[in-house]
Design a protein around this ligand. Sequence first.
Ligand SMILES: Nc1nc2c(ncn2[C@@H]2O[C@H](COP(=O)(O)OP(=O)(O)O)[C@@H](O)[C@H]2O)c(=O)[nH]1
Ligand SMILES: [Mg+2]
Length: 463
Amino acid sequence: MRFFGFNKRIGVVGMYRSGKTVFMTSLINHLERHDPDRFPLGKKRIRLGNFNPLPVEDGFRAFDYESHRHSLVSLQRWPTKTRMARQFRFNLTRSDWRYTLMDLTLTDLPGERLADIRIAKNSYESWSDEICGLFSTEPEYLAHAQGYIKTLAKAANQDSNPDQDEILHAYRLALARACLSYLPVITPSSFLLGPQGDYCGQRDEKGMAQTRYVGVDKDNQFAPLSKEVRKKHPGLAGLFKRRYEHYRRSVVAPTAHWLAQCNELVVLLDITTILAGGLGMYHGALALIEDLITYVDPGRGVLGQFASGLLKPLSAGHLTLPGITRIAFVASKADKVHASDRQKLLSLLRAMVQSRMNDLSEEYKLRVEYFACAAVKSTVSLNNGKLEGQPVELLQANSQKRPPVVRFTPSKVPGSWPENWGSHEYRFPDILPQMPARKDLAPPHLGLNLVADFLLSSDHLTE
Ligand SMILES: Nc1nc2c(ncn2[C@@H]2O[C@H](COP(=O)(O)OP(=O)(O)O)[C@@H](O)[C@H]2O)c(=O)[nH]1
Ligand SMILES: [Mg+2]
């Protein structure tokens, strides 16, 4: 039989630990072994079939689906941390689109990289002016960046060559402080997430400033220099500019290139962690949404400008402008709150995102939907507001023994975002994954099928 091709490139975007790997693993598993009872799609009991993995595209690393599934099924553990953007490509057919072979690509994209939008759209000089401006005028940044501003002022006033390492260290210290207060503009993002995917796990500013890099690697770091320093020390400015461009080509361009090619995005926001993290973390998540909108909105010209400067040479003259037609915003890990509170997760998600997306969806005919979902449902909700599950904190070090199933009361989800709140006012304990005893079954989930339904629909092919 002949099949018509139908391609969808789906990007899964979210901050570190927002649930991207688990989401992709569970989704792929349900598409691979589709069971219309456990994963109902469409109104007419659609059946999926002919699942067939394909090689990944050039420049991507393969998403290690089998090993992540093994970890869930056989070890009953969450998948280990993934590094780098990972891709999974496969074919699939659906019973309501006869003669259509879907070619689907799922790629995960760390949200931290979106902060590099400022590098994508600026030359080294204008990026420097933007960051130095932010650091010296915005009160919340100023509090962390005073040391850096002073270091620059000293360099501007000295005739001998300034100490490159001192400037870089002062910049890293400013970023570490900003990061510990959840301020969003952490750029270059290599400071948080290295080009090889190594994540900054530290929580002390000195350690972070000593071990992280601002640039492609240790020997290729750069920092923003004020106009005065650039004028006085053109040698240093030229050096940082070359390293900046190297970073732009090797770290920022692939992200922008990949985003420009996506048709659909899944944006995972872990509302439970944002609540538990306090107001600072809320601000960080808002910044992610803003950066994302700036990336995908062709009206803001970012990809347009960026595409002509960077993508054109990369794509041998062919320009692919953003073709995003659908965005699913997903409140992930919904099983960490009580069943009676899940609707509130959705309200909080909408309250954060909706007003920002409305203009965009009208102007560009973007379809935007909101979901609360658990990719691997690992709790049971009881009548008294309690949850039943196996808290990770009860795992004993070096023991293979599973902790007991216990009953606990997670925080209640507020009906709307509070005006202010601190970290640890809300508590939603991490739990171990619960998988069915039957090993060939895909994970139990909450609402993952609704997200899949949205992603696998088409405005052109009708059911
Ligand atoms: N209860 C629950 N926890 C989840 C779920 N998905 C992810 N998690 C938790 O979130 C952690 C990070 O998930 P992961 O997919 O690795 O995040 P990534 O860094 O965005 O890829 C996991 O180790 C789990 O503790 C879920 O569906 N339910
Ligand atoms: Mg991951």
